[in-house]
Design a protein around this ligand. Structure first.
Ligand code: NAD
Length: 309
């Protein structure tokens, strides 16, 4: 059962990108209801990244103010991350929380994907998240505090037909989060990944109707907003959430196998083939926590080979 004390964000300033609709709107509303001052960023274009309008951000800002909260609108594209962060600094003097959420789709099969489809999707998701993070980072470093969210997708983790650009961008964000988590750690800047599934204009017509009704974005907001709270110690976690359910996701590595006869002999194609069942056996898979742990285990493999094991 939850404790009686409410988790608050008084004194904290949060930027939520793409907060004019869908998931971002829910994050902004919840943060503001718990005392955060919120920058509601939204370019206000279509779901394929065409056009722009101030209305999307304005409506959410009005909603927050009507509920007694504090918010300002920002209409810049996330690609201009410095401008987005500047809005927070000018309005509220600091930035504690950055939720990189803005996104678009340009779904096409690989053969039909144009350079424009590729570039726009990579720019908004991956470059936009990088530019906002890069601009927020010095402020977070100076105050020795920050909470950053990257938004990935099961389309990236598992692949999805017609989403080469989107899935590449979303897995790129996992890689970006891994490094932001490492670079931020000593300054109490945490970076975590949300992998959501929710009903929004982005998933309308894609998710089956019966599922669509159940997948309210408001059910994901508490998970994402908790990740942004000072009491949440996670850093570098990937959290999947939908329909009021959440779980941690992580990569695993198999035990592996040596694919050469001995330390004095080279690897051959045939040797690889003969060891393939062991190479691909995941029955003893484990999670690797860091690049040094990964390299360290390679050294152990070499030592075992030298010892003739
Ligand atoms: P949505 O379309 O309702 O919201 C995205 C918002 O981002 C829109 O309001 C849009 O105007 C804004 N936006 C687009 N380009 C922008 C830019 N360049 N600068 C600033 N704002 C911009 O979609 P959603 O479903 O709420 O998606 C939110 C995030 O969650 C996206 O990153 C999406 O890829 C991700 N996601 C969603 C789902 C899902 O099931 N809905 C699944 C996986 C990942």
């Amino acid at each position: 059962m939850p404790s009686a004390a409410k988790l608050r964000f008084d004194g904290r300033v949060a930027i939520v990108t793409g907060a004019g609709a869908g998931l971002g709107r829910e994050y902004a509303l919840l943060l503001a209801s718990r005392g955060a001052k919120v920058v509601v960023n939204d370019l206000g274009g279509s779901h394929v990244g065409e056009g722009a309008s101030q209305r999307a951000a304005d409506v959410v800002v009005e909603e927050i103010r009507k509920n007694g909260g504090e918010a300002v609108a920002d209409y810049n594209s996330v690609i201009d991350g410095a401008k987005v962060v500047d809005t927070a600094i000018k309005a509220f003097g600091r930035v504690d929380i950055l939720i990189n959420n803005a996104g678009i789709l340009r779904d096409r099969s690989i053969i039909k994907t144009t350079d424009q489809d590729w570039n726009l999707v990579l720019d908004v998701h991956l470059k936009g998240s990088f530019k906002c993070t890069q601009a927020a980072f010095p402020h977070m470093k100076a105050q020795n505090y920050g909470r950053i969210i990257m938004t990935a997708s099961n389309s990236g983790i598992y692949g999805n037909f017609g989403q080469a650009n989107y899935s590449a961008a979303k897995m790129g964000l996992v890689g970006l989060a891994n490094t932001v988590a490492i670079e931020g750690q000593k300054n109490n800047i945490h970076c975590n990944v949300i992998i959501p599934t929710a009903a929004s204009r982005m998933t309308e017509g894609i998710l089956p109707d019966i599922l669509f009704q159940e997948l309210k974005p408001s059910l994901i907001a508490p998970v994402v907003v908790y990740l942004c709270h000072e009491s949440c110690e996670d850093n570098g976690s990937y959290i999947e959430s939908a329909a009021g359910w959440a779980t941690k996701v992580h990569t695993v590595r198999g035990k592996g196998a040596v694919v050469r006869p001995s330390i004095d002999e080279p690897s051959t194609l045939e040797y690889v083939q003969s060891a393939w069942n062991k190479v691909t056996d995941m029955s003893q898979a484990t999670h690797i926590n860091s690049i040094s742990e990964a390299s360290g285990s390679l050294l152990q493999v070499l030592e075992n080979l030298k010892a003739g094991d």
